[in-house]
Structure formats: C-alpha cells, structure tokens
Design a protein around this ligand. Structure first.
Ligand code: PHE
Length: 354
C-alpha cells in the first residue's frame, strides 16, 4: 500500500470508491486548467494514487483480481471523464466572464487609413483644372543643368536676375532646379507647336525662414501657338482661379519682370478672407494685410529669346507662361498660417485634408 492512499484502510474496492469521491471533491475546488492538471497527475499519473492502488492488486486473492481490475478500469475512466467535464466547465466559465466584460455596443476599431498630403491634393486639383482646359502634364528632372535652368531662359551667366533665385549648385553647371521653368525649354525642344502643358514638381532655393523652405513645389504652365495674346493668358488664368478659389474671386495683373517673359506680370487675386475689402468685422484683415489682394503667381508672354533657344520661329509663334507656388495656393485655400507645417509631417496636420 502506498503512503498516498486516501483512506489507508478498507478493501481495495472500497479504496477505489473513496478515490473517486476524493477526486470529485478535489475537482470541485479546482478553478483553473492548471489546477485540474495537478489533480490529474496526483490521481492518474504514473506515480499517482490510482497507480498505487493498482500495485496492491497483486496482493489480492487471484479469483478477485479480474473483478477488481475491471472496477479499477471503470474508476479510471470515470475519473478521466470527470476531469474533462470540469475542464470544459472552467473553459465555459472563462468565456462567460469574457463575454460579460465585452460591450457589443462599443464602436469597432477602424483601420487607420493614410491620406494624401495637402501639397499632393492641391497639385492634383490644379493639374485637373488645366487638363480640363486642354493642357497636358509633363515632368522633368530636379537636378538640372545651368542651360535649362538659366541660359535657355534668357538668363546668361552673370545676368543680375540670377540673384533673384539663391541656388544650390551641385557642380559647376549642375544645380537643383530653382523653378519649374526649365520644363518650358525641355518640352518645346521635344514638341512642335501648338503646345499646351503644365509641369508640377519640386524646386529648391537657398532660403529658409517663416515663409520660405529650401524645397517647395511649383506648377509651370505654358502655351505656344500662332496668335496667342495676353488676353488668352488672362482668360486662362481667370478660369483657373475661379475653379480653385470660387467664381467670385477677382483677378488682377500687375506689371513685373522675368527674363524669360516679355511683357511680364504678377497675378493677384482678391482676398478670400475679407472678400477684397481689406477689413474683417472692422479689423484689418490678417491674410491680405489690409490690401485686399493676394499675390499667387508670376507670368508673361514667352520672350522671343526662349523661342530662339528651342528653335521655334519667334516671327510665327507666340505664347504665354506662368509659374505658381503650390504651398502658397494651399495656404490660401485652407487658411494655413505657417509654411513649415507642410513639411513637419505632423499626423494631426496632414490627416485633415484627405
Ligand atoms: N519661374 C518664375 C519663378 O519661379 C515664375 C514664372 C514662370 C514667371 C513662368 C513667368 C513665367 O519665380
């Protein structure tokens, strides 16, 4: 008889019954699968209580052994069944507890979706406005040669107007493009007139302050054909401004200078915050600084020198070109006060636009 025998006395048959009862009680107070497993090892394990009783089977009279053996097997099967029942019970209880804590009325967790950056959105919107007018979208390299960025645009070496654009030179005649105007030259080299294209892209200047970042985005637009006039430029830009800023926006042309356009102009639109009045509720308008106008782009009639550089006959063809800053348009459109926000990648900012 093993020391672990539950009662330690009585016939083997009685001891087997007692074992069954003891196990039942033990299981009732087991609350985890681990506790049930500990009981299984203690009762049914190789060195467990049942094995102990079975070893004393050899000491019983031979004629009783078959009946006792059968009983032992029945007890073992019963014990196993009770254990499994208890395990299932505990499992179900766990599920109930989980369900009791689960609130099906809570909103689900939505998938975090990315959104387009405001610069991308505005670029696409502007491109679409011009594509609707018959322009095609062209692109070019950000690393440019002096020829495309300056010379072919009527900005020979030592031309004072080069100072308007602080430049990142990479080599003696390679630089990060300072504007998208090189796309005028590249496109005209490739295509015979009539040409109507817009060229969006990144541009670089050695500037960094509240209103300037070393990299920003421009969209260049140009159209070349016979008999293109400033009136076509004005009509095209007015249609564009009305589409982006609304049909009540007023467009104003101011004389300006660019080496690659003649005549040149700067385009202002009436301030969308104060409606061009310069004041909002009696106070000076903070967006247009009380002027009622906002500058949005530079433009002009393409200089004959540019046509000469690309092999177009300036006696036959005329054309217009314009260049606008995408961030500037986005700031005005969405009322964003700080240019640097576009490039800080703060999720609270960029997720507001998609
Ligand atoms: N490239 C000029 C700039 O970046 C803008 C411009 C483009 C002006 C086309 C006239 C015509 O300032």
């Amino acid at each position: 008889m093993t020391a672990a025998h539950p009662a330690g006395s009585g016939t083997l048959a009685e001891q087997l019954d007692e074992l069954g009862q003891a196990l039942e009680q033990g299981l009732a107070s087991a609350h985890t699968a681990a506790e049930v497993e500990a009981i299984r090892v203690a009762y049914l394990g190789r060195k467990g209580l049942l094995a102990g009783l079975m070893s004393s089977l050899a000491k019983t009279p031979p004629e009783q052994r078959p009946a006792l053996g059968q009983k032992a097997n029945q007890v073992k099967a019963l014990l196993q069944e009770q254990m499994e029942t208890r395990l299932r019970e505990l499992e179900r209880r766990k599920e109930h507890e989980l369900l009791a804590r689960f609130d099906p009325s809570l909103p689900g967790r939505t998938q975090w979706l990315g959104s387009l950056h405001p610069v991308t959105l505005v670029t696409e919107e502007i491109c679409q406005a011009f594509v609707a007018l018959g322009f095609e979208v062209v692109e070019g390299p950000e690393l440019e040669t002096d020829f495309y960025n300056f010379e072919a645009l009527n900005l020979p070496p030592d031309h004072p107007a080069r100072d308007m654009q602080d430049t990142f030179y990479i080599g003696e005649s390679t630089l990060l493009r300072t504007h998208t105007s090189p796309l005028q030259v590249r496109t005209m080299e490739r295509m015979a007139p009539p040409v109507a294209a817009i060229a969006p892209g990144k541009v670089y200047r050695r500037d960094s302050d509240l209103t300037h970042t070393p990299m920003f985005h421009q969209i260049e637009g140009f159209l070349v054909d016979t008999d293109v006039s400033m009136a076509d430029l004005r009509g095209t830009l007015t249609a564009f401004v009305h589409k982006i800023f609304g049909p009540d926006t007023i467009v104003r042309f101011r004389p300006s200078f660019f080496p690659f356009t003649e005549p040149s102009a700067e385009v202002d639109i009436s301030c969308m915050l104060c409606g061009g009045r310069g004041t909002c509720a009696g106070k000076s308008c903070r967006v247009c600084k009380q002027t009622g106008w906002l500058e949005i782009l530079g433009c002009g009639m393409i200089d004959p020198a540019v046509f000469a550089a690309v092999g177009y006959d300036p006696e036959v063809y005329t054309g217009f070109a314009f260049g606008l800053g995408v961030e500037r348009v986005a700031m005005l459109k969405y009322g964003i006060g700080d240019l640097r926000m576009f490039f800080e990648n703060d999720i609270r900012f960029v997720s507001q636009f998609g």
